[in-house]
Ligand binder design. Structure first.
Ligand code: 0O2
Length: 227
């Protein structure tokens, strides 16, 4: 068992000291991040392989693009603080499920579910949790399919299972989420305008969702007429 250093800090107190404490976790932290990078690579490759196979079968690509990201130290500290867990490398690994993130941008809504099903069928991938924010959008209007998956990585001396958060969404959902995210981080929105802005963002999300449905209907009509 590896020795881990635990760093505690008062809730809400995210000072430079805390950031430097994370740096002090040093090698152990960097090693954990390298495991997460490897796990992201595994998942990314699995989706790329599915895309190639799908293209061969149906003559179109269900995946537009794939993005990967490691949660930043700042974001890790903030989340640990929010859930009230002391900062240690061990806790980062065991208490957080979204340190490694893979975002799969799909062409059509049905591609999202097809890809998620295909991934779930693979015998070295375990789906630990599914959050369907397409069928049940968040109050903000946010839509995506989230999966927490566990995947093995093969190191020189051992096999480790790592968790990765997979977000599947259409181009349109991604367009909305990216812009809404940017707007949300603009802190200077006066309170009296915030509610109206939130209402307009929900309206945009609904428009985007209708457009996605229409594009799917059009694709199906074209497929039908080509038979
Ligand atoms: P970042 O920068 O993307 O990492 P959990 O405790 O993890 O189960 P949590 O954290 O609320 O609960 O998870 P959830 O609801 O599955 O959403 C996590 C991620 O989904 C967020 O990551 C965003 O990427 C995305 N997301 C969720 N809601 C919204 C939203 O209203 N708007 C946008 N634009 N994105 C959203 P992080 O950690 O917030 O940030």
């Amino acid at each position: 068992m590896q020795e881990t250093r635990e760093v505690t800090f008062a809730p809400g107190l995210l000072t430079e000291d805390v950031f430097s404490e994370l740096k002090n976790l040093g090698k152990e932290y960097m090693r954990l991040m390298s495991y997460y990078s490897s796990a992201m690579l595994e998942i990314e490759t699995k989706f790329k392989v599915l895309n190639i196979e799908f293209n061969g079968k149906f003559d179109r690509n269900p995946i537009e693009s794939i993005k990967t990201r490691l949660k930043t130290p700042k974001s890790i500290i903030e989340k640990m603080d929010r859930i009230g867990v002391p900062l240690s490398v061990e806790n980062i690994e065991h208490k957080l499920s979204d340190v490694a993130g893979v975002r799969v941008i799909c062409s059509f809504v049905d591609d999202i579910y097809r890809l998620a099903d295909m991934l779930a069928l693979q015998d070295d991938v375990y789906i630990l949790k599914t959050k369907d924010y397409i069928k049940n959008p968040k109050p903000s209007g946010y839509r995506s399919l989230h999966l927490i998956v566990e995947v093995p990585i093969f190191l020189s001396q051992e096999k480790r299972f790592m968790r990765v958060e997979v977000q599947l969404r259409t181009i349109a959902m991604d367009f909305w989420a990216s812009l809404e995210h940017k707007l949300r981080y603009k802190k200077d929105i006066p309170q009296e305008h915030a509610q109206e802005i939130a209402r307009q963002l929900i309206e945009c999300a609904e428009t985007v969702s209708r457009t996605d449905q229409q594009m799917l209907d059009i694709r199906r009509q074209i497929e039908e007429s080509g038979r």
